[in-house]
Design a binder for this molecule. Structure first.
Ligand SMILES: Cc1cc2nc3c(=O)[nH]c(=O)nc-3n(C[C@H](O)[C@H](O)[C@H](O)COP(=O)(O)OP(=O)(O)OC[C@H]3O[C@@H](n4cnc5c(N)ncnc54)[C@H](O)[C@@H]3O)c2cc1C
Length: 363
């Protein structure tokens, strides 16, 4: 699988037990009741409505890079989002607002914005999946997140049966979350991003990125340099899809960084006193975000740790759980996730939560 997600095979049997594995970056997931390919916003809405009329459950699947689908698959209608393209909808001397179809491959979009001198998405280079899925968990990396540039989302509201425009302020964006995550109500059709006309990136906020670029935190760098450096750093961690590299057969980070109340954080510091300081970041409301990778590693689950039946922690990043043999099952993957979650809980009293959306499986 390359950066651009798998294209469906016409006429393939959706009830083949390997069907959904073809469309997920974990290469896991069982059969589908029905497989639909939607190539435009209208087509997406039509197919969702038709499935509802058949009283079938609907699963929207785009790049399959943030889902863990059970071995039993999904018995309803799986709608593959394959709408493409973007266009400028408004512009002035300083900004452009681009409307991006939900199925547009995310990294193609980032590349296009960097080429055109539109600043705001460059640090999100190399993230797999579709543009339409980025609002779902407020995709973020290297100091940028889409909540900073999204101005509105066009969505089909399945409760009201109509297409609506949701302003960014109403999207409930939070750390790896939004109103869209774990909700069957919204079908994202397109996303509007407002970007700055500038040959330079936004201020570099992430220390590791600044170091790699040879600049100070807060400096700006040429867009192409930011993109190339982010992609290089990500590739070194197995965080850019690569068909030849089983460390990338994952959903990226399997767990979010836990955000702890002050009291819980102090308790963690006590329990980890012999291990040095956990990397942490202050958050609003006197809470503290702690590195999940550090907790996992210090609880005894280092890079390359192997779980049952062909699943493992990536050899390049502690947060990525991989189907590194390509032959594992979702049952094995969630068993490894459970073992890690329970190990961290026992050692540090901190509960880790999965970042991907779990479908017909649980940890
Ligand atoms: C190697 C790797 C690295 C990653 N790095 C990062 C990272 O740095 N930062 C980060 O935030 N994420 C990261 N991810 C996670 C993932 O790439 C993003 O969350 C991405 O936005 C998911 O897009 P997708 O099209 O693959 O979504 P899918 O996996 O297809 O879907 C994810 C969820 O969104 C829903 N969905 C998809 N499209 C729509 C739509 N149009 N309308 C409504 N619901 C929809 C699905 O039903 C599902 O619940 C990484 C994943 C991998 C494999």
């Amino acid at each position: 699988m390359s950066d651009v997600y798998a294209e469906p095979t016409t006429g393939a049997d959706p009830t083949d037990p390997a069907t959904l594995a073809r469309y997920t970056t974990l290469r896991l997931g069982g059969p589908a009741g029905r497989l639909e390919i939607a190539t435009s916003a209208d087509d997406i809405v039509r197919r969702v409505r038709e499935a509802e009329a058949r009283e079938q459950a609907v699963l929207l699947l785009a790049g399959g890079s943030n889902v863990v689908i059970g071995d039993q698959g999904f018995p309803g209608a799986v709608v593959l989002i394959r709408s493409r393209g973007f266009r400028v909808v408004t512009e002035d001397a300083d900004t452009v607002t681009v409307r991006v179809e939900a199925g547009e491959p995310w990294d193609d979009l980032v590349a296009a914005t960097v080429e055109r001198g539109w600043s705001g998405l460059e640090c999100l280079s190399g993230i797999p999946g579709s543009a339409g899925a980025t609002p779902i968990q407020n995709v973020g990396a290297y100091g940028q997140e889409v909540a900073e540039t999204i101005v509105a989302v066009a969505a089909y509201d399945r409760t009201e049966g109509k297409v609506v425009r949701i302003a960014a302020a109403d999207c409930g964006f939070a750390y790896r979350g939004s109103i869209f995550k774990y909700s069957d109500r919204w079908v994202v059709l397109s996303v509007d991003f407002r970007l700055s006309r500038s040959p330079l990136s936004g201020p570099v906020r992430y220390a590791e990125l600044a170091r790699a670029l040879g600049v100070e935190v807060g400096d700006r760098v040429p867009l192409a340099d930011a993109r190339a450096t982010v992609r290089r750093l990500r590739a070194g961690k197995g965080m850019v899809l690569d068909a030849q590299d089983p460390d990338t057969w994952s959903v990226g980070s399997f767990f979010t960084n836990p955000v702890l109340e002050r009291e819980a954080y102090e308790l963690l510091r006590e329990r980890a006193a012999d291990l040095g300081e956990a990397p942490s970041w202050p958050c609003p409301g006197d809470t503290v975000k702690v590195s999940a990778a550090w907790l996992i590693d210090k609880a005894g689950f280092g890079k390359g740790y192997t779980g049952p039946e062909g699943v493992a922690i990536s050899t390049k990043h502690t947060l990525a759980l991989t189907n590194h043999t390509g032959t594992a099952s979702t049952a094995a993957l969630v068993a490894l996730a459970r073992e890690i979650r329970d190990g961290v809980q026992t050692r540090f009293g901190v509960t880790l939560h999965p970042e991907p959306v779990l479908i017909n499986c649980t940890i």
